[in-house]
Design a protein around this ligand. Sequence first.
Ligand code: GLY
Length: 323
Amino acid sequence: MKRKTFLIRSFSTLAGFFALPTTGLLAHNPRGDQKNKPFIISTWSHGLDANIAAWEVLIQNGRALDAVEKGVRVTELDPDVTSVGVGSNPDRDGNITLDASIMDEHGNCGAVAFLQHIKNPISVARQVMEKTPHVMLAGEGALQFALANGFKKEDLHTDSSRQRWEDWKKSKNNEPIDMHNHDTISMLAIDNNGDISGACTTGGLAFKHHGRVGDSPIIGAGLYVDNEIGGAGGTGVGEVIMKTLGTYLIVELMRNGLSPQAACKEAVMRAVKKIPDAKDLPVYYIAVNKQGEFGAYGTNREFEYAVYTENKGNTLYRAESVY
Ligand code: GLY
């Protein structure tokens, strides 16, 4: 069952090309077939490897929650992914600080923010969800919680991440922060019971201010799941996603009848309408509904996402976009 398809399918046909400015347009979603179970969708091409690990859980009748955790751990541990987990781009002071959140089919959620020295923040987020009465732990408190629960304190830098910081210090440190530099992994899965869970994990914006936290650990911003309706995940400029609570908005739009595709588009258009400069920034969403119909949308043409289904295998798509 291990299939990895390096195929980019573009669904940016006429509707996407003309970049219709309003929402409520015909849902551009020929792909859901009501039987997409099990199902995985994740952000970017690094989602392909993450999907393979998650799929192994789902085809053994595992829980979607276990699948999304196992899936995004692959990305967190991959030193070649420079925006998630080990080897992430550091902040302005050279520290790798990580954000993550996870949400299950019962509406339980857990998150860590501004966590340092732990390779798999998603697993700490899960333990926050399962072992504490809280939703989020941050900074030193999150680290102490992780260490008390068996995680090891480690240096997350690679030679490459250190070098990127050295290069940035030499050339860029007096310039405004480049808001384009981050590729979070968000993943949503439906298991054989039809239950939905999601996970979201990131190193955040490259060369950010020390202490900056993005959308990824904020439930309703970087990730939201309602098992009656569906789930949504975000990637891109956290500040925009936080200001518009994009994933909560998408799930509520699906509750009101929009397809995942139309809901993702509406959330992007809302950001573009409400936030100055959002149209020039990367803001991207993925979503799936309870029927296994899925969608994705972004401000620009750069966004790719990976979908794993029984019928089509593991496939990389390019999302429709405003521009
Ligand atoms: N979406 C990742 C971040 O802004 O931190």
